[in-house]
Write a protein that binds this ligand. Sequence first.
Ligand code: GLN
Length: 425
Amino acid sequence: MTELNAFLTRERIDPTHEGPLSGRTVAVKDNISTRGVRTTCGSAMLAEYVPPYDATVVERLREAGATVVGKTNMDEFGMGTTTETSAFGPTRNPVDTGRVPGGSSGGSAAAVAAGEADLALGSDTGGSIRCPAAFCGVVGIKPTYGLVSRYGLVAYANSLEGIGPFARTVEEAAELLDVIAGVDERDATTREPETTPAGSYADAATGDVDGLSIGVPTELLEGADERVVEAVEGALSELEAEGATVREVSLDSLSYAVEAYYVIAMSEASSNLARFDGVRYGPATESEGNWNEAFAAVREEGFGEEVKRRILLGTYALSAGYHEKYYRKAQDARAWIAEDFDGALSEVDVLASPTMPVLPPELGESLDDPLQMYLIDANTVPVNLANLPAISVPAGESDGLPVGLQLIGPAFGEETIIRAASALA
Ligand code: GLN
């Protein structure tokens, strides 16, 4: 069997208690802090970094009886859509090892798809859970912003990202969400759901979609590969056959989402990654006492090309004179997108689209053209801009490759998307 390179560190972290996840193995993305176990973020900058504390989600896993089996490969600091920007080499897609697993949480999705872990945690800033779930044929949930603690998650773009589960079935993903969700005093952005779940998220996986109304934004179908559209339409027909209604809706703001997302994500990244200066984190260099040179040298050596590109662009977008032109406009677009979603979700229960507009690319195919790579995030990034929950669920295959259906719900409407998706997997 070809080595998938799903894990960067294989190390067992034992549970502290018995609980609902006793006997279950969980793989954890390598940007989630694990006490005493190296946490690299897929970067040479943190190749030797060992956190002194556990992320809240890791603490909750251990209290729930789960056994962590290792830390998974990822695009460097979460910046990518294929897991190829990792400083430790790409992960392969277990469905077709010549193809990428998606990203940036590619290692977590591949580990679950290949049966190397029962469950996994990833993080999603602009699609990094949903994309690899779609490409590897598993389930991935991006929770509402604030439902799951980010304490111990190494920040890339903190206003957009969150931690969420992967599993082979919707019910198992929901069980993992039950364990990690909830207010955390160490993350002031966590919130109590406005409507508390009736039982548990897992209980919502009833498979019952009778009476559910589904809206399909035309903007998220346009430009998608025909083979993807066909599989997604097949899944929607299945839901209709079980009593759901499907209709087209339109959200004009969505055509600005990729531009807005990349301006905001890169701006936040340029600020968040300033801490990697060779003093607090990163390899030591010979500095001869010149701070600027030492700082530059460690960042030259420690960061890969994609990370450098984003720090430069983000710094530019935030600089005096350009701030109004780029950052401010991106924030306006973000507000418009959130409003548009609110409007659409007051008319239908959930919105549906292909998770990714393309089938999994071949390894190496998308690296030369960063813009092309950014554009394939068109269907996932709007959800992060609007702080909403979404799930990617297998919608069948095309040419032997998995296709994902994305279902988007209202804020803290995890139960609705779990219920809808559970009719399919
Ligand atoms: N592909 C997107 C990016 O590179 C999303 C990544 C993510 O969600 N971490 O920013």
